[in-house]
Design a protein around this ligand. Sequence first.
Ligand SMILES: NC(=O)N[C@H]1NC(=O)NC1=O
Ligand SMILES: [Zn+2]
Ligand SMILES: [Zn+2]
Length: 504
Amino acid sequence: MENLFQWRLFPLLTLLVSFMVFFYVQSHPKLSEIRCSLLPYQHYWIASKRIVTPQGIISGAGMFSDGKIASVVKEDEKRESFKLGHVIDYGEAVVMPGLIDVHTHLDDPGKAEWEGFPSGTKAAAAGGITTLVDMPLNSFPSTVSRKTLELKIKSAEERIYVDVGFWGGLVPENAFDRSALEDLLNAGVLGLKSFMCPSGINDFPMTNTTHIKEGLSVLAKYRRPLLVHAEIQQHDHLGLQEVVDDARSYSTYLKTRPTSWEEAAISELVTLTKDTRVGGSASGAHLHIVHLSDSTSSLDLIKEAKSLGDSVTVETCPHYLAFSADEIGDGDTRFKCAPPIRDAGNKEKLWEALLEGHIDMLSSDHSPTIPQLKLLDDGDFLKAWGGISSLQFVLPVTWSYGKKYGVSLEQLALWWSERPAKLAGQESKGRIAIGNLADIVVWEPEVEFNLDDDHPVYLKHPSISAYMGRKLYGKVSATFVRGNLVYQEGNHASAACGVTILAK
Ligand SMILES: NC(=O)N[C@H]1NC(=O)NC1=O
Ligand SMILES: [Zn+2]
Ligand SMILES: [Zn+2]
């Protein structure tokens, strides 16, 4: 009797549960949407006393709706607007466009033990970076064809916490093959990148001016940029023996890559950029010089090219603005990068050029490896991997070291968001403006913190970062990508919902 009763009840119960599940799913956001964000809403306001907009800093609020910025209102218009939904009030914290890092090496696929999409994009999110553009080398294979780009895209799928675009490689193998280059561009790379000196990566050989000229002529049609690592090896420096004798000394390394390397490369480049002027044979193309270190003659050449109307921009990186050669201890290869960090006078002049607008933007050139290849025990500057690890820290670093130069929040937004967005062809990013994607960093410039072992660092190998052990200002509280709260106070969203950005 009892059994019979149970069997009758079973279909009824099943029906009831099905109805309940159906109504729950109808009235709530999809489970996948919840996992993309630490917030359960699709439409909501965020308020703050300091919102950095292209029109200046306002006290007010922004409404995010379906991943976009639907409205931006000032303090006095807030009360009426708020009747319409949820409000998150960040008080005095700064609300700024998310950072766009146009120069990151995530090394995935193939060298994921060096960094990888999940660790790199978690670090980015924790640092307020909402978009990054991945370099075509250090992963394996290098991104030099449609096929290799497809491997990148596949590897990034459901593994990225922020948006990721890709630069393709301009290498001797594809430079004279117009259809191969067009195929790579049609597949969606945001532009091309090449080296004028050995890259340190076997399947990414260097290019000369002839290759670069070819690349520019193809890029002109696509209106996408060519990024160049501008150093050409010169043979007029130290004898090898002298170098080998003192490989632990930073000054030895510095002498192996003098400013003449940068100057030689840039003087060749500016002969090519003449063609990018209006009416020139490469009109529509754009040349971007990555990680400028030399603030002397190399910078003068760039200034002159710009004044003549060449389509050229230049970036520098936080490590050239934060550090100088005299502070680098013997054997401390965490500071080894190329071009090298130069003397304190050079650093001052880089700041000056940035503040005066001659340097257009900043990028991380986050180029990590495994600790073993940094040779921290031997401290051999000549054999150690060249590359700085910094991704998660670039906002507080720029702010902390920029304090004494009077850097403003608006300048940070220009150098880290607005201009990088333009370089990468992402017009819907980089500014807090109606209709743009809701890519936002919320941070507290006045909060000081020690980058010690207790600080949560998401980079795969924090020990190789030259910033560890430093005291910094500017704590990132929250990061939104396309309206999803992907990071807040030490927590990431449970699902990796960043989007791969492909040029059309
Ligand atoms: N291959 C690679 O990432 N090289 C980078 N590292 C560095 O310090 N400068 C570079 O161009
Ligand atoms: Zn480089
Ligand atoms: Zn690089």
